[in-house]
Design a protein around this ligand. Structure first.
Ligand SMILES: [Fe+2]
Ligand SMILES: [Fe+2]
Length: 260
């Protein structure tokens, strides 16, 4: 996917603002910019009306969309399922669907495919530290390995692993320069994850992430419905109403216009 460097940097603010941004924030902004561009195929704009870490559901379109109005949201069913959230809140979810499609095509195990499918959906709710938020939101409903992988993929993106063909994204070099250094907490997180027995659960998310920014690839949720049925523990009361420790996160996506 081609990135218009000037248009991307313009979404961040003035040159001084870009200079002052921590590298991790810049990298996240780049990923989100790519996802927004892919989802909406829109023109770039240079005016931000919300904090960059806010979830996409709270803002007027994506940062790069040029859309100045809030997306219209349909009401959710009384007992919403993960599929309902995909259709009514995460949609079009092009990036995660492409990522899961790549994992499926390459014969990954079901847990990895599910992790790829879920790895970035929390960006609708919040963008900053999305690995941690995303893992927490899914934790009651997926295996420990799946949420572990989601938590640590955020830090692993910056560190190559030739054993699985994951190179440091060339795109990051072009956008941020060769001397780009992630924040210390990201480095420490990477070092912890690198030594963990489940390292590959997170690493494979980053591998399939690389193949998930294709503007021409058409995807749908259909190939993943059975996997969701088998591997996602859908609460019978509906997501948001099961009294779990993260039910409020799902409700916040359901009711983003509630003032309190
Ligand atoms: Fe991510
Ligand atoms: Fe991603």
């Amino acid at each position: 996917m081609e990135i218009d460097r000037r248009a991307f940097l313009a979404t961040l603010g003035t040159a001084a603002v870009v200079e002052a941004m921590p590298s991790e924030a810049l990298a996240d902004a780049l990923e989100h910019h790519m996802m927004d561009t892919l989802d909406e195929q829109g023109a770039a704009n240079n005016e931000l009306t919300i904090r960059k870490g806010a979830g996409s559901i709270f803002g007027p379109g994506g940062m790069s969309s040029g859309v100045r109005t809030l997306k219209t949201l349909d009401a959710m069913p009384d007992k919403p399922t993960l599929v309902d959230f995909f259709k009514l809140r995460f949609a079009p979810a092009t990036h995660v669907l492409q990522s899961a499609a790549d994992a499926l095509k390459k014969g990954e195990k079901e847990e990895t495919i599910l992790a790829c499918l879920l790895h970035d959906v929390v960006l609708s709710l919040i963008k900053v530290d999305h690995g941690w938020w995303g893992a927490q939101m899914m934790e009651p409903y997926v295996s420990e390995k799946v949420s572990w992988g989601i938590r640590y993929h955020q830090a692993l993106r910056f560190y190559p692993d030739p054993s699985v063909g994951y190179e440091y994204p060339e795109l990051y070099n072009r956008i941020f320069g060769k001397d780009y250094v992630p924040l210390p907490y990201i480095k420490q997180t990477y070092e912890f994850a690198r030594k963990h027995k489940w390292y590959m659960e997170a690493r494979m998310i980053t591998v399939h992430d690389l193949y998930a920014f294709d503007p021409n690839m058409k995807v749908s949720l259909d190939p993943f419905i059975d996997i969701i049925g088998r591997s996602f523990k859908q609460p019978k009361e509906g997501l948001g109403f099961d009294n779990s420790a993260v039910a409020h996160m799902w409700r916040s996506l359901m009711y983003p216009d509630h003032p309190l």
